[in-house]
Structures are given as C-alpha cells and as structure tokens.
Design a protein around this ligand. Structure first.
Ligand code: PEP
Ligand code: MG
Length: 311
C-alpha cells in the first residue's frame, strides 16, 4: 500500500476472528485530542502532559493545569483517557521541574524520579487531574513514566489514591520494570509499554542519536522478549497491557505485539487506519504464530523476515 494512501478507521479495533483490540491515540494537548477524536480513536492511550508546559520557566498553577487537562478530556466524553504524569528531563526538558546539568540525562533525574525530589509537583498535578476528571465525563486513568522499582510504583499508586484517582498504572520503559512486571501488577491496575525508551535502555543506545537507529528498534528480539514477559505477566494477573511507544503505530508489528500479550495499542492518530486494517486481517492464532517467529529470531532483520513469512 502506498504510504500516502489514507485508510480510515471505523472506531472499533478488532481481529479477523472478532477479538476486540482497542486502538487509542497519543496526544499532547487539546488540539491533538480533537484531531484524534476526528480520526475515531477509541480513547487516549497516552496524554503526554509535559507537552502542555514545554519551555515554561515556572511551574503551572493547579488552575492552569485543570484547564489544560480538561481540554483533552472534553474531546473524549465517556471514553478512556490515560494521562501520563510529567515526564520531564532528558529529551523533554522542563526548566521548572529539572534545570540541573546532568552528564547522562537519559539516566538522570527524569520522569517519576523528579517527584522524589519535588513531591509537591506531583501532588499538585494529581489534584489538578482529579479536578479535571470530576469536571469532565471521560474515564481518567493515570500513569507514571520511568519506573524502575516496585517501591516507586507503590508510592505512586498511594499518592494517586490519596488524590482521589483510582485507576493507576505505570509505563514499562526500563528493562528493570519489564523484569519485575509480575510484582508491579500487584500494585497497579494496568501497564503501558513505552517502547521508545524500552528499546533505548535495553540496547543501551541513545534514542536521540540517529546513528544508532538500528539499535533503537522495537523489532530487536531483546525488546520483543521483554514485551513478551510483560504480556505473560499481564495475562497471569488478568490486567491490561498497552503499548504507547512508536511500535504501536507500526502495522507490521501490531499483530506481533498482540501475540505477545498486548491488549491495546496507542499511536499517532494518522496510523490508526493502517494498524486497524493489519489487525483486521489476522486471527489471534496468527498473532501468536507471528510473535513466536519474531521473538525467536536472532536479529531484528530476521524477526521482520520471519513475520512476513508467517503472515
Ligand atoms: C516511550 O518511551 O515509548 C513513550 C511512549 O514515551 P516518550 O516517547 O514520551 O518518552
Ligand atoms: Mg518514554
């Protein structure tokens, strides 16, 4: 299919055998959310809240945050919206959250780690989210970026509950979190795989260096095997496993992810149609076969070739 072909999405992701696979959108603010709703996204699988405040020197007030969050929630009445707490640091500098110079910012104080040092920033955000959720009728779920330990996840869940937010999850974007998925499912309701960072940290390859693009590839079998471990832990716990990294918008990879145990995919809205079409052409059995072929391959190139053969 030519890259320019527009494939429309009918708003209901499913496999050829009828199995439902919700297809959600990644957004960074109200205008993205309106575009995602127009593209028939079933909800939002990743609201990158830091995008609302990029470049700001001072922290946004709670009122400013409520307004920004309501702008996104309003586009999805009655639908699921997964809001990620501020993922500041590294490739997303937010001066009010982390202005320190770090020699290795991708390994530095970023994401949820900032909340350890500045608890009020997270608590204010959670209060603003609870207020925005009350004011709009979307189904708000909240998740933390850059989790590496069970203690971090437990403390995050406690603080969300204290703020009145009861659907709590974490992103799985470090190998540590993938390895501990079973234990993490004991403290959260869902997880979402951030495959951009998961590839970066698994292959030890800076995602900002285009020279390392071959390593920063979700088709790398090491990344696929970690995703499979998380999928198996999700199935065992009976809890959802989403994908919200760029991998979720790759139509060739989508059946593999489903076969590895992923239960929803979130992507840039323009990818929805082609991912939906790819899933509509396969059964869950096909997905499992493709997943086994891909994760069992020794290299990313062979994983791609194996999936083409198995498809
Ligand atoms: C990811 O790491 O895959 C992800 C979805 O988060 P971000 O790209 O915002 O770091
Ligand atoms: Mg990330």
């Amino acid at each position: 299919r030519a890259a320019s072909t527009v494939v429309t999405f009918d708003g209901r992701g499913r496999l050829a055998d009828g199995m439902r696979l919700p297809l959600l959108a990644n957004v960074g603010g109200a205008s993205d959310a309106a575009a995602a709703a127009a593209a028939q996204a079933e909800g939002v699988g990743l609201f990158r809240t830091e995008f609302c405040f990029l470049g700001r020197v001072d922290a946004p007030t709670i009122d400013e945050q409520v307004e920004a969050y309501r702008g996104v929630l309003a586009a999805f009445p009655g639908r699921k919206v997964v809001v990620r707490t501020l993922d500041a640091g590294s490739d997303k500098p937010l001066p009010f959250a982390n202005a320190d110079h770090e020699d290795n910012p991708a390994l530095g104080v970023r994401g949820l780690r900032i909340a350890r040092r500045n608890p009020a920033l997270l608590d204010d955000q959670l209060r603003a989210l609870a207020r925005a959720a009350d004011a709009e009728s979307a189904e708000v779920e909240v998740m933390a970026p850059m989790v590496a330990t069970v203690e971090e996840a437990r403390e995050f869940a406690e603080r969300c509950h204290a703020a009145g937010l009861d659907r709590v999850g974490i992103m799985i974007e470090t190998p540590a979190a993938a390895l501990l998925a079973a234990e993490l499912f004991e403290v959260v309701d869902f997880v979402s795989l951030g495959t951009n960072d998961l590839a970066q940290y698994t292959l030890a390859a800076d995602r900002l260096l285009s020279d390392l693009g071959e390593l920063n590839d979700p088709w790398q079998p090491a990344v696929l095997r970690l995703i499979g471990m998380v999928g198996a832990a999700g199935r065992a716990a009976g809890k959802p496993v989403g994908v919200c990294g760029e991998a979720g918008g790759d139509p060739a990879l989508a059946p593999v992810l489903v076969g590895l145990g992923v239960t929803s995919l979130s992507m840039t809205p323009r990818a929805l149609g082609r991912v939906a079409a790819a899933l509509d052409a396969v059964t869950v059995e096909d997905c499992r076969r493709m997943a086994e072929a891909a994760a069992g391959a020794p290299t990313a190139a062979e994983a791609r070739a194996a999936v083409t053969r198995a498809g």
